[in-house]
Design a protein around this ligand. Sequence first.
Ligand code: NI
Length: 178
Amino acid sequence: MAILPIAKLGNPILRQVAAKVDPRDIRTKELQRFIDDLFETMLDEPGIGLASPQVSRSIQLVVLGCEGDGEDAFPNTVLINPKIVFYGPQQEENWEGCLSVDGLRGKVTRPAVVRVQALDRQGKSIDIEATGLYAVCIQHEMDHLIGKLFVDRMADMSTLTQLAEFSRYWQKESTPVI
Ligand code: NI
């Protein structure tokens, strides 16, 4: 396994639309190793989600996971060629950060519930209904596949906050770094 370098804000690869993964490639050694590397890189940062374009590979593959037994926890998940097939009507505002956007946090409003269909790391179809931080993370990671970052989703840039001030004034609220 290996820790991969992360593309940062300004790197054009973060603005590209990612290519679909050929399902026949999913079970290859190379792609399985890449998925392991994504998880290792995510945990090393540490973060709770990482999309392939963030490690300079523009394919529709993301990994996410948040350990623990709190209400924010969700299982390690691999989404390949994901599609959101349902958005809940309710919107929720959460702080977001991103491993490609160093030192900044901002509030983003997104649907509170999503249902996503994708292939898993075995190439099997999966269908997940997610709420809470899981739903935020799925939407944030899938944005990376269409060249979007959380700052693009901020309706009000006045909440954009540097990390030191975030810790000082806002840290009580949960902060995914995805
Ligand atoms: Ni991100």
